[in-house]
Design a protein. Structure first.
Length: 110
């Protein structure tokens, strides 16, 4: 990333900012299995209607989710599933760090 221009880094930071909200991550995880309408997202996440609508709007504006009209409903879908590879990478790294911290704490107790 060191060879990226500051303007490009602004976009990277904005992308991660969108992903930094727990409710948005819940919505994205719900959409991982396929497109859903707002009612389905509410049912799967337990979030309120206004909250889900707000987060879907933010995710759509960021280009992470797309809207597809289907009759009288709107279906929301993940634009690029590579997003989940990124999340898996972060989760794996956090797990490694947690295991290292646990070992360090155990070593201190000895």
């Amino acid at each position: 990333m060191s060879d990226m221009y500051p303007e490009a880094l602004i976009h990277v930071a904005e992308y991660f900012k969108v992903l930094s909200e727990v409710s948005r991550l819940q919505v994205l995880c719900c959409l991982k299995t396929g497109g859903k309408n707002v009612t389905q997202v509410i049912a799967e996440t337990g979030l309120g209607q206004a909250n889900v609508s707000k987060h879907l709007k933010i995710l759509t504006q960021a280009g992470i989710v797309k809207r597809r009209p289907e009759g009288v409903m709107v279906i929301y879908e993940i634009v690029d599933p590579i997003l989940f590879q990124l999340c898996d990478l972060v989760c794996d790294r956090l797990q490694v760090r947690l295991e290292e911290q646990t070992r360090e704490l155990q070593d201190l107790r000895l």
